[in-house]
Design a binder for this molecule. Structure first.
Ligand code: ADP
Length: 167
């Protein structure tokens, strides 16, 4: 009976994130999806907007809950009785970054384990940063993000478009 945390910026959530969540919720008793608030970085979506998008998407999953946190992930995990941090891996550069992060987290709290899940090959090119760029050019996002996220991205592009004529 192990509980796990899946932290990320989710700016915005993609089908790649949802695939990891769907697989992890089948393994762990409870999964805490955490929008990690980074004080140094402002995203396209506010932390509250990301939380609301994830809540809408994950509402059907009874053993998944969504949270906002601006604390260290090992502290969040410990205070919620979670022993595992789940991280998705898309590529070798992802692995080398995540490996170092896992060593740092192990040093902060040796009782918390990091578990890596390789991406489903269907989603290995999905990256929130690339999706935001595509959205700014009105690209087709339907294979990358769920409909509520595509709508939210379109609403953001309307704001970008104000006063900027498309050529
Ligand atoms: P990004 O901005 O890189 O998309 P996040 O910080 O929101 O990522 O990512 C949260 C977690 O989800 C990380 O462990 C990341 O590696 C993982 N992740 C993101 N996109 C994918 C994907 N397409 N497939 C698998 N894991 C992913």
């Amino acid at each position: 009976m192990v509980k796990a945390v899946f932290p990320g910026s989710f700016d915005p959530p993609t089908y790649g994130h949802l695939n990891i969540i769907d697989r992890a919720r089948g393994i762990f008793e409870e999964l805490y999806v955490v929008v990690a608030v980074n004080r140094q970085k402002t995203g396209l979506f506010t932390p509250g907007e990301r939380l609301a998008l994830l809540q809408e998407l994950l509402e059907p999953y009874k053993n998944v809950s969504v949270h906002l946190s601006d604390t260290l992930m090992v502290n969040f995990a410990r205070s919620h009785g979670c022993k595992v941090l789940v991280r998705g891996i898309r590529s070798v550069p992802d692995f080398s970054y995540e490996f170092e992060l896992s060593i740092m987290n192990k040093g902060l709290d040796p009782a918390i384990e990091t578990i890596f899940m390789p991406t489903d090959p269907k989603y290995f090119v999905l990256r929130s940063s690339a999706i935001k760029e595509l959205a700014s050019f009105d690209g087709d996002l339907s294979a990358m993000v769920p409909p509520n996220v595509a709508t939210a991205l379109r609403d953001k592009s309307k704001v970008w478009d104000q006063g900027i004529p498309r050529t």
